[in-house]
Design a binder for this molecule. Sequence first.
Ligand code: GLC
Length: 577
Amino acid sequence: MTKKQDLAWWQKTIAYEIYPKSFYDTAAQGTGTIAGITAKLDYLASLGVGAIWITPCYKSPMVDNGYDVEDYREIDPSFGTMADMDELIARGREKGVRVVMDLVFNHTSEQCPWFQESRKSRDNAYADWYIWRDARPDGSAPTNWRSIFGGSAWAWCEERQQYYLHTFAPQQPDLNWENPDVRRALLHTFAPQQPDLNWENPDVRRALIDIANFWADKGVGGFRIDAITYIKKPAVFADGPADGEDGMYAVHAATANTPGILDFLHEFKAGVRDGRDIFLVGEANGVGADELGDWVGERGVFDMLFEFSHTKAVSCEDEVWCRPIEWKLTDLKRVLAESQANTADNGWYPVFFENHDQPRSTVNFFRCEGPAAAKAKALGTVLLTLRGTPFVMQGEELGYANRVWKSLDEFDDLQTRSQYEFALSEGRTEAEALAGCNRFSRDNARTPMQWDANASAGFSAATPWLPVHDDYTQVNVEAESADPDSPLSWYRKLAALRAERDELVAGSFEELMADDEQVYAYRRQGEGGAAVVLANLSGEEASYDAALVADMKLLAGTHGSTEPGTLRPLEAVVFGD
Ligand code: GLC
């Protein structure tokens, strides 16, 4: 049985995602800063957070808010300077909060100097760094692949008279990982010094040994690796079966998790991770639960993997935002149980219900009406007690709901805009298209952090780049810190409980009441004790067999005391022996 003392620091801690543009603005400019994160380190530490994943803050034209990187070694001036980042890393380490950088390796910005060169001709030094193809004889794109943000995945370049591939926006050209120079350049930026690498290509090897330990030597705690399943493209580029009226085929179905990708990633792991006390968590769309063994743990390439089977279980058909899926709690529990089972003996699971690409969980994971605060506490109980490292999205601990967006103009996100257009092109009305964006837009997760009840929720002295949620006078850090029944106080309480009770971190996971459509229940068995978690995720009263918690005491309950055997709507309890 796993013992807590045998686990790595990142398995025992709570991780927290920061969308820096929306976290805290120390420059009165309407967008957040790195210094703003440093200013809030005590807040993060008070939640038991030991790792902060910061979404990209490198120099970028910000077409996709930083996921279009122009220079991996510079901080974008809107966020501050490299000195600010060094300061954050150093102060964070003092307070036990380690910085996790986001590596965007599938693509760069079109403004990246590599692409600026590559696009000039077919024979320059960077000509082969991106994925270039000739047009078909009729001038059309090489395949019918549709990009993830909508429209063709190919963009025409006048200068080269060729198309380039972009899995995401046209301003995010895909790198050609088949080219060893590309891999070397990426490693050169991020890898620590590794004297023992066994590379066939001596240039790559030399470059790695030379590597300036750029980010790793700054003392970061790990890396989140963006969109990593797309880096390897298929050997043959062929049309896929059209899956929409536009005659296109989803690019991710054609290019995600292609054979051979793991070879690249083993190289990457050897160059970046081995010998370091850091962790790698990959964003891995397209990896099935049954393949996890190749991706994480002893044999794998990462420590943890964000896979999306549970968010897909509650999402929408074909990712068309106007067609939400009809789902049941048992659908969700089944996929979570699979992920738990697949990481029970190998690898580790990053538990998450929100990130900057998802709507707020108080909407996304509930089918009932009810206050967002109560939903946040019920689901937060699961987030903080499932087996794995919890990843809390900023604001999730406050119980954010989705914002009510009144028109398309209020949104910033490029995917939201393209989804809106897509809905119209499918014959939906403007009201239906807007409703889809309200329900699913990524901007729901990106509205400014609410610190207090002052103007702009204390986020900025200027007008925030994205509107603040209307509920900010009640839903904010200051008000919730003073309220013992708030979601924030509940998160703090559970974080303290995790620190005390080894089984909540290291214990095994055994699902209880798997067929129940209201209650999510499981037992965590550790060396020295056991806990039973029961969360009523429905809006109705629910019952369970009190024998499940016989001889146990209530460690924490969302509603104060509880009556064993029954749960009030949205009540969650943690019992322990
Ligand atoms: C990942 C990011 C998302 C971004 C995309 C392109 O999915 O999480 O925010 O738009 O990659 O980099």
